[in-house]
Design a protein around this ligand. Structure first.
Ligand code: AHR
Length: 489
């Protein structure tokens, strides 16, 4: 055991609220995320509310899901919202060309999604079709869901059974415009953004399709060419991936592959700093949010499943990705104010799997649930000194952390030790004296461990007794690959 790890609460540094929307999720028409995941239809024998599984609703409410992005992803730029309203038996079909070429019946559409968000207590985040849709179509969608008075689209909404508008605030103007959203150059997309957003009547929170990982030029060109008053959020997508051509198995991975995944996950810190620095040049008051609306681990699809459905198992490695990434977002919450894990159910780094009547909460679910104490709390800036987690000649900081004080005055600190083999002891100087410490831990015997149909609760948080409080100093011993959240009073 090494003992050089130190966390110091800073009382001198400026602070801010950790926007709860950092804990957002993403639901695309992809594989079994919507159909068979959220939505089973109202004739299903699985208990449901207007076709949405009740067990999913309960699990996501417990997570305090703050916002949900829909309908894509790449699917968004193929989606024509008018095909998903009105009587279900009259809706046309759509072929999901990005994800398995399956034919969908459009039975889950705008009303289904927005009503579901109300039930979940989550704010909807709609991604508009810019790649293959018109400015008129997007403008009509805004009027359909948001206009309170009389208009062609709000009349149509009322005919379809919804009197009051849903007041959707968050709107994406396309998705991955540099790729599946139209293979555009940033200069061209900046103009397209200006055009489409002009016809989206507000007030709205408009989010530009942002950079692919370290494409800093994309952010630079957009910030330069889109006037500040037209822009509220700048997106960024980054997946923790080993190599896009050799992503590796989701369960059967070596320590080397684990280390590579964690390098990619930790790189989020560099990405946030560098994209933020570019944004600072054009927007020093940080009016525009950095919106990391796709993040998470991406591996090979599980053998025997449809390659277009992106189904992968979720292990302790994924819990590490979640813990590290959320600490990064909390610590950069001055600029990162919305983020969306990809994707909620049965796809990529899912928080829930469905198996007929059963749902399985993944290790990632448990991390998101443990961390939800930070939602809308005040960040406590920290200094951190960490031992290295080394693999061969490469190294990463073993420990990451973030801390906040909630509205009731309770302090929480989330700690992650990514080291695959070593416990880490750390001391935390809390500046203020606290009387009690309580906590929960998520860990397991092997990094490859996961929850399954036969062992749905193999990995779940349990009480943590490894923290000792003495005056202003907390001493904590973190087992290998563990996530701990402490509550200080
Ligand atoms: O999340 C899966 C896909 O990843 C999304 O559809 C796309 O935006 C990204 O490339």
């Amino acid at each position: 055991i090494q003992a050089q790890n130190k966390v110091t609460f800073r009382t001198d540094a400026p602070t801010q609220t950790i926007n709860k929307n950092i804990y957002g999720h993403f639901a695309e028409h992809l594989g079994n995320c919507i159909y068979g995941g959220f939505y089973v239809g109202d004739t299903s024998s699985i208990p449901n509310t207007n076709g949405v599984r009740n067990d999913i609703i309960a699990a996501l409410r417990k997570l305090k899901i703050p916002n949900l992005r829909w309908p894509g992803g790449c699917f968004a730029d193929t989606y024509h919202w008018k095909d998903g309203i009105g009587p279900k038996d009259k809706r046309p079909t759509i072929v999901n060309t990005w994800w398995g070429n399956v034919t969908e019946n459009n039975s889950f559409g705008t009303h289904d999604f927005l009503n579901m968000c109300e039930v979940l207590g989550a704010e909807p985040y709609l991604a508009g079709n810019v790649g293959s849709g018109t400015a008129q179509e997007l403008s009509d969608w805004v009027q359909y869901v948001n206009f309170p008075g009389k208009s062609p689209m709000s009349d149509l909404r009322q005919e379809n059974g919804r009197k009051e508008p849903w007041k959707v605030r968050y709107w994406g103007v396309g998705n991955e415009a540099w790729g599946c959203g139209g293979n555009m150059r940033p200069e061209y997309y900046a103009d397209i953004y200006r055009k489409y957003s002009t016809f989206m009547s507000g007030p709205l929170f408009k989010i530009a399709s942002g950079a692919n990982s370290s494409d800093y030029n994309w952010t630079e060109v957009l910030m330069k060419n889109i006037p500040g008053h037209m822009l509220d959020g700048m997106a960024l997508h980054h997946y923790a991936v080993i190599d896009w051509n050799k992503k590796g198995d989701a369960v059967d991975f070596s320590e080397e592959q684990y280390f590579q995944t964690m390098s990619s996950a930790c790189f989020m810190d560099t990405l946030v700093r560098k994209h933020s620095a570019i944004m600072d040049k054009y927007d020093p008051k940080k009016k525009v949010a950095l919106v990391v609306d796709e993040w998470g681990g991406w591996y090979n699809v599980q053998a025997g499943t449809n390659p277009g459905f992106l189904f992968q198992q979720n292990t302790m490695r994924d819990a590490m990705i979640a813990g590290v990434t959320l600490n990064i977002f909390n610590n950069h919450s001055d600029r990162v104010r919305i983020a969306n894990l990809a994707q909620t159910i049965n796809v990529l780094q899912a928080v829930i799997f469905t198996n007929k009547e059963q749902i399985i909460l993944t290790p990632t679910y448990h991390v998101m649930e443990m961390y939800n104490v930070h939602q809308d709390a005040t960040l406590i800036p920290i200094d951190i000194q960490s031992n290295d987690y080394t693999f061969g000649k490469s190294k990463l900081p073993a420990i990451t952390a973030s801390a906040s004080k909630d509205k009731a005055g309770v302090t929480h600190i989330s700690l992650v030790n990514i080291d695959a083999g070593k416990s880490q002891e750390l001391s935390i100087n809390t500046q203020d004296a606290y009387k009690t410490v309580n906590g929960r831990i998520l860990t397991s015997t092997k990094l490859q461990d996961h929850n399954s149909v036969s062992q749905p609760d193999k990995i779940k948080p349990v009480a943590f007794n490894g923290a000792v409080l003495k005056n202003n100093t907390l001493t904590v011993k973190l087992p290998p690959f563990s996530v701990v959240v402490l509550e200080l009073k």
